[in-house]
Design a protein around this ligand. Structure first.
Ligand SMILES: [Zn+2]
Ligand SMILES: [Zn+2]
Length: 381
């Protein structure tokens, strides 16, 4: 009897374990193990090397073994010359110790160099879990609470997997700048970030069995915003509808002021037959507190434009968000006072840091900013 009971218990445990794995995994057809990142693009030459033996090969399988050191690869009439060898692009460069240098910076995985026009692109190909190690320190730093680091891991890993086709025209998956995510290679890795990555291994954010769009920004100024209002999306997903934040209010950079010369702003709209600017008005507000439209009243008339376009046209770094408290014109100057930093869609990084500081777990934080999403595991091919 006792034996039978134990057997039933063992079978039940195996079933629950298997079910749990199945229930918490997501099938993503393009979830490849490796990602290709454009690290140095549109250049005429690059220096590559290693502290150990390294290998350069081309598509015809010609392979050159080099001892430690650096070589310069310059583009490119009839392929590239390495010593007495001539290789045709694309070429692959791999180090025997797994760390390869490009322009003196170390990278995991290997490098591919492709010819684009008469320039070259240097591409780092590596495992996605290793890629995230070079993203985290650049995107959120190394010193915030562990739970905030885990939040950023999930966001960055999910973003990368959901955007593998973003730079298909350039010959790689994702770029290494703010356009996609900032990636700085192995030289910036930290033990804390790497711990957050290994403790959330393979975890991604999903909604309705698909990868979520994990947009994030620095500081929401009190309320996040729907892409419907920011980028005119017709069908913005419900988990991006915008939520009250309430955590970032006392963070650095929440409240900001900027002053521009009237002539500087006028110059930006020179295509609009603009006269001297008399007043700039906010027309309508979104549920997240953003300006919907901006009206520019000038000496020759007035015109309306989308607030997002206004911010991009004038200076999106100086005008830190579209949550304006005030726009004043006085003495040939235009004064902006506002709150928040960034497009305000998705997760508020400062809010997430404050939540983590208050002891909230990473799953709770992600649930707050992306309601009704769930964390799931991705199976790499
Ligand atoms: Zn990009
Ligand atoms: Zn916030």
């Amino acid at each position: 009897m006792r034996k039978k009971f134990c057997l039933v218990l063992v079978v039940l445990c195996i079933y629950l374990f298997a079910y749990n794995i199945y229930a918490s995994s997501i099938y993503i057809p393009f979830a490849r193990r490796n990602i290709s990142v454009g690290i140095i693009v549109d250049v005429s030459s690059v220096s590559v090397g290693s502290s150990k033996t390294f290998f350069v090969s081309d598509s015809s399988k010609k392979k050159i073994k080099l001892t430690k050191g650096t070589i310069t690869i310059s583009c490119c009439q009839k392929g590239v010359q390495i010593g007495k060898y001539n290789l045709s692009l694309p070429i692959q460069i791999k180090s025997s110790n797994g760390i390869i240098f490009a322009n003196s910076k170390p990278y995991r995985g290997y490098l591919t160099i492709k010819k684009i026009g008469n320039k070259i692109n240097v591409i780092n190909v590596l495992h996605i879990e290793d890629y995230v190690k070079g993203v985290l320190p650049a995107e959120i730093g190394t010193s915030c609470d562990m739970e905030a680091l885990k939040v950023q891991v999930i966001i960055s890993r999910t973003f990368a997997l959901a955007n593998l086709g973003r730079h298909a025209n350039h010959g790689f998956n994702i770029c290494s700048t703010q356009h996609c995510q900032v990636y700085r290679g192995a030289g910036v890795e930290s033990n804390r970030c790497n711990k957050a990555i290994s403790e959330t291994k393979n975890e991604v954010l999903a909604y309705d069995e698909k990868l979520a769009n994990t947009f994030f920004h620095a500081n929401c100024g009190g309320h996040t915003e729907s892409p419907k209002h920011v980028w005119n999306w017709k069908n913005a997903p419900s988990y991006l509808k915008g939520v009250k934040c309430g955590y970032c209010a006392k963070s650095p950079g929440t409240n900001w002021e900027r002053v521009f010369d009237e002539s500087f702003v006028r110059e930006k709209f020179s295509d609009n037959n603009i006269g001297k600017i008399k007043k700039i008005k906010v027309v309508g507000k979104t549920p997240g507190g953003n300006a919907k439209k901006i009206e520019i009243i000038h000496s020759k008339g007035n015109f309306l434009l989308n607030a997002y376009k206004f911010r991009i046209t004038v200076d999106h770094k100086q005008i830190k968000s579209l949550t304006f408290d005030n726009i004043k014109t006085n003495n040939n100057k235009i004064y902006f006072t506002g709150r928040g930093f960034g497009h305000k869609v998705g997760l508020c990084q400062w809010g997430a840091k404050v939540m983590a500081g208050k002891g909230k777990k990473y799953k709770k934080i992600l649930q707050h900013y992306y309601p009704k999403t769930k964390i799931t595991r991705v199976n790499y091919k």
